[in-house]
Design a protein around this ligand. Structure first.
Ligand code: IPM
Ligand code: MG
Length: 370
């Protein structure tokens, strides 16, 4: 029996706790059936932590995150905390985790599962078989750059500002993740920036170009402006294999790409740090949907993105590819059987809530593992 794997679960706010409950059931099932034992700890983050402990994430939770082999994150935020100070808002939890654990590479796949091809707002023949991977830089750029703030000008007017910054090494390390992934996939990488207007964008492009020529001549590298990329993603998304881009462009383009797949409720993500000398690599897994306060507590949220995030965790943090594939297959089969949460309803399908969707995944896992 393999050594216990330390897993930190942070459900957060809104639909986070509801969808995480379904993952807990998958974990319990694995404990029972597959002889893998996880050491699971759970803690509060986001608004839930603000309410109970006065901060979006506590130092003890940060420490638990550093000690964990992998972190499964839900979602944070909601209208209840909208008027809290900027430095205390729920989103600080995820930003602090990314920054302090140096989780610089956010992998956001956009895959169209066959049974869901009609759930996309795009025509089926445009998205059928889609499988792209967006690598978003996640500890740098304008979300963290200094200086930032709001100042009062001599004429009394105010001025708000943020700064986009990227160093050579910050660009190289995330680009390497993109190149490596492309190598394992179709061998094509598109680097996205705004080199036509941004100095930092031109620098990004030059740095990725030099790295590609020096270390990855076998990968077919091309470049695209971020605005054109947004357009190309809806025009002909299958032209892409792997996309690598900055924090802010990756944030935007991954939300956009998610809708190609039918619903934000379907997409998992992994955020990886550097491999340390000990061999350990910090990693956090989260659905790309937010806390969805409008449907929270109603039992209608789609748990699949959270469950698929757990599958990514098994694959990337624990090398448990077979188990990850089993969970993914269970999800596809359940969708194939016509069960749908409200966000992915289509003609001739049956609407179920969060719990029934979770149960159906468990039943399918039983069948597949039998
Ligand atoms: C995401 C979210 C976060 C981000 C928010 C919650 C800070 O939109 O993970 O894409 O902007 O990075
Ligand atoms: Mg986002």
């Amino acid at each position: 029996m393999p050594a216990n794997k330390k897993l930190l679960i942070l459900p957060g706010d809104g639909i986070g706790p509801e969808v995480m409950r379904e993952v807990r059931r998958v974990i319990e099932w694995m404990d029972r059936r597959r002889m893998v034992t996880f050491d699971v700890t759970e803690d509060l983050v986001g608004g839930a932590s603000i309410d109970a402990k006065g901060a979006p994430i506590t130092d003890s939770c940060m420490q638990a995150a550093k000690d964990a082999d992998a972190i499964l994150f839900g979602s944070v935020g909601g209208p209840k905390w909208d008027n809290i100070g900027f430095d205390k808002r729920p989103e600080i939890a995820i930003l602090r985790l990314r920054k302090e654990l140096d989780l610089f590479a956010n992998l956001r796949p956009a895959i169209v599962f066959d049974p869901l091809v009609d759930a996309s707002t795009l025509k089926a023949d445009v998205v059928k078989g889609l499988d792209i991977m967006i690598v978003r830089e996640s500890t740098g750029g304008i979300y963290f750059g200094e200086p930032r703030g709001v100042e009062t000008l001599p004429n009394g007017e105010q001025r708000g500002f943020d700064t986009e910054t990227y160093t050579t090494s910050e660009i190289q390390r995330v680009a390497r993740v993109g190149f490596e992934l492309a190598r394992k996939r179709q061998g094509r990488l598109v680097s996205v920036e705004k080199a036509n207007v941004m100095q930092s964008g031109l620098f990004w492009k030059q740095t990725v170009t030099a790295l590609g020529a020096a270390e990855y001549p076998d990968v077919q590298l091309s470049h695209m402006y971020a605005d054109n990329c947004a357009m190309q993603l809806v025009r002909n998304p299958r032209q892409f294999d792997v996309i690598v881009t900055s924090n802010i462009f990756g944030d935007l383009l991954s939300d956009l790409a998610s809708m190609l797949t039918g619903s934000l409720g379907m997409l998992p993500s992994a955020t990886l740090g550097a491999i340390q000398p000990s061999g350990k690599r910090h990693a956090l897994y989260e659905p790309i949907h937010g806390s969805a306060p409008d449907i929270a507590g109603k039992g209608v949220a789609n748990p699949l993105a959270q469950i698929l995030s757990f599958a990514m965790l098994l694959r990337y943090s624990f090398g448990m590819d077979e188990d990850a594939a089993l969970i993914e297959k269970a999800c596809v089969n359940v969708l194939g059987s016509g069960l749908r949460t409200a966000d992915i309803m289509g003609p001739g399908t049956a609407r179920v809530g969060t719990g029934v969707m979770g149960e159906s995944i468990l039943r399918e896992l039983e069948k597949l593992a039998a």
